[in-house]
Write a protein that binds this ligand. Structure first.
Ligand SMILES: [Zn+2]
Length: 231
């Protein structure tokens, strides 16, 4: 499994190591005070994603503000960003952790993990796998905008890249990259749109791909964005 992780994501770090690396940088180079820091996440709804990194163990507020929905897309939008900005301690700091996730199981299967209490492997990220299944079958966008809006958004985003996804040797890896790019763009747009709400606050963007493994094993994180913005 580790060989497949290293081959697919050569720079990936263990989730705990990634957290320590980022926190040390933020404290030593950017004067972050963990007691005056809150966390916002834009990660998938899947219950195995939040424990993959350990940021809530290292800051004063142990619960996170959730921007994300299926696939990690920031569905909370501009209203969510404005609300989050209003929750940052006075002259304080925020970390926004974002990105999609992908499973790599002990059997070496990309897109699957074995979860607690289950003998079979299940899809991870299931929402992205479902989107790819529709693309491969030529079904296009079929999710209902009213009853399944988040899945519709993912299908719409990926349908713009359907040819390159299908041609890739591992379509899920390509689709995960495309969703990451889309989330990264949207997070930066939302931050810029909400700038006036972040006055006198400092925000760290930590973006990348969560790599989930089987239950009881360490998860990994492929860091793609690490930047600090003062307003
Ligand atoms: Zn997911």
């Amino acid at each position: 499994m580790k060989e497949i992780i290293k081959r697919t994501y050569p720079n990936a770090k263990d989730g705990s190591d990634l957290t320590s690396f980022c926190m040390n940088e933020l404290k030593n180079k950017h004067q972050f005070d963990p007691d005056k820091t809150i966390l916002g996440t834009s990660v998938c709804s899947d219950e195995i994603v939040p424990p993959a990194t350990k940021f809530t163990d290292q800051i004063g507020n142990s619960s996170a503000f959730h921007f994300g929905g299926l696939g990690g897309y920031p569905f909370a939008g501009a209203t969510g960003f404005a609300a989050f900005a209003g929750h940052i301690p006075d002259n304080g700091f925020a970390i926004i952790l974002y990105g999609p996730h992908i499973g790599i199981s002990s059997s070496g299967t990309i897109g699957y993990v074995q979860r607690k209490g289950q003998s079979a492997e299940t899809t991870c990220c299931g929402a992205l796998m479902a989107s790819i299944g529709k693309i491969k079958a030529g079904h296009g966008i079929t999710a209902d905008t009213e009853m399944d809006f988040q899945q519709w958004t993912l299908e719409k985003t990926l349908s713009a890249h359907s040819e390159t996804i299908i041609k890739d040797s591992v379509p899920l890896v390509k689709a995960t990259d495309e969703i990451y790019n889309s989330i990264d763009n949207r997070i930066k747009q939302l931050l810029s749109l909400s700038e006036q709400h972040f006055q006198n606050k400092t925000v760290a963007l930590i973006g990348g791909i969560v790599i989930n493994t089987d239950f009881g094993m360490d998860d990994w994180f492929d860091l793609r964005e690490f930047s600090v913005h003062s307003f």
